[in-house]
Design a protein around this ligand. Structure first.
Ligand code: DI6
Ligand code: FE
Length: 409
């Protein structure tokens, strides 16, 4: 596909998993066609219904020979921008230490903070690009990227600027999230309330003013911040018209799911320990459950997220890598789907919906991306597979044929 701005392309002889919510299951169209014009989908459906007008004029036609087309995949929760890694800590955990012990002993997130503060913007970008490239190689076209390893204004800014640069260095859409309330920086000397004050009075307003963040996140946990502290951050986000999301109930039940719902959160993420009251509140507020099986696997957790309660209450379920150096050094969206099925019991359709339609919902972008529907962005992933289930079933195998971002290969 060439690069002219209004170029029209017709992909025919395709099998489509449209994820169109008006259609059952994956919205499959067996003998399908899809027409892209510029960066948009102009038409999608059964090839036999394709109006002749779409083939008139200057149109490039590609015969997909029965290959499967899905929406471009979406990783809606990552900490992709970080410096160094924590393989040493991994070894300590293999020798018996827990994540919480390491964190309380000054390792964990704080060691990544030291590394990020020491890294220049250029180094940080250079270290992050290979991780982004791993995701793109598997058909990802949109990725959410959080800050949270800077923990002061200058370094949180640096992280978010690097996140924005990712979207200029590669053909991918980057949604940025300010996660200042991720951990307590060493210079705060244990005073969490004072640090929250700094976030609320200085960091968040500056970052909002500079347009560096599309959303605001926090880590609500015993080893991080209390629901009251998170609420202070969320109230400020609301004043600044920024949507919120929450690392909720990952290691214990602090009522994080309900808290996210009360603020109309886009998503509550992890939620292994969320209670049913919280899930019901999420259903009422339209808050998406973002499940992160990579962290569950890597920390060898046992408590599974309340998937049945989500289904029962009609809470949409997305899944994401949580790519981060401490608890989920995972940059494979395909393996994430396999983990979600194997560890959490999600169906194939839930996994595929979880990295497309529901992930777009978790980013507040369902109008733009996440399904194959006319009018949406022409972000596609095209696969050399027999059935959509093959994408969830296999481990460590990448059958991507082509990735199309905004109508361009
Ligand atoms: N929950 C997580 O799983 C990551 N952050 C968070 O709030 C862990 C981040 C790290 O250990 O570096
Ligand atoms: Fe996370």
């Amino acid at each position: 596909m060439e690069h002219s701005p209004n170029a029209t392309h017709c992909l025919r002889n395709a099998r489509l998993a449209t994820l169109d919510p008006a259609l059952p299951d994956l919205g499959v169209v067996e003998r399908g066609a899809i027409v892209t014009r510029g960066d948009r989908i102009a038409w999608v459906g059964a090839e036999s219904d394709l109006p002749a007008g779409f083939l008139a004029g200057d149109v490039t036609v590609t015969d997909l020979d029965g290959r499967w087309v899905l929406p471009g995949l979406i990783d809606c929760h990552t900490h992709l921008v970080h410096a160094g890694n924590r393989s040493r800590e991994f070894e300590l955990r293999l020798a018996g230490a827990t994540y919480e012990e390491i964190s309380r002993a000054g390792g964990g997130i704080v060691s990544s903070v030291k590394a990020l503060r020491a890294a220049s913007e250029e180094t940080l970008l250079a270290e992050t690009l290979p991780r982004l490239d791993a995701l793109l190689a598997e058909g990802v076209t949109t990725v959410e990227v959080k800050s949270g390893y800077g923990l002061d204004l200058e370094n949180e800014r640096k992280s978010l600027r690097v996140a924005r640069q990712l979207g200029e260095a590669r053909r991918v859409r980057v949604q940025t999230t300010f996660l200042g309330a991720h951990a307590l920086p060493p210079e705060a000397r244990g005073d969490k309330d004072a640090y929250i004050g700094l976030i609320v009075n200085e960091m968040l307003p500056a970052i909002a003013r500079e347009g560096l963040a599309d959303a605001v996140d926090a880590f609500c946990e015993g080893i991080a911040f209390s629901p009251e502290q998170v609420a202070r951050v969320f109230n400020r986000a609301r004043e600044l018209s920024l949507p919120v999301k929450l690392h909720a109930d990952q290691l214990s039940d602090l009522g994080g799911a309900r808290l996210a719902a009360e603020f109309g959160g886009l998503s509550a993420d992890h939620i292994e320990y969320a209670n049913e009251d919280g899930i019901a509140a999420m259903a009422a507020s339209g808050t998406v459950a973002v499940l992160l099986p990579g962290a569950f696997y890597f920390l060898r957790e046992h408590r599974k997220p309340p998937v049945d309660a989500c289904r029962h209450h009609g809470v949409p379920i997305a899944i994401a890598t949580d790519a981060n150096p401490g608890t989920s050094p995972l940059t494979s969206i395909l393996l994430t789907m396999n983990f979600a099925a194997t560890l959490f019991g999600l169906t194939v359709d839930e996994c595929l919906g979880g990295v497309t339609r529901e992930a777009s919902r978790a980013l507040g972008m369902l109008d733009e991306i996440g399904t194959l529907e006319a009018g949406k962005r022409a972000d596609l992933s095209i696969w050399e597979i027999e059935r959509p289930a093959d994408l969830v079933y296999r481990m460590g195998f990448n059958p991507l044929w082509k990735r199309v971002f905004g109508g361009i290969e």
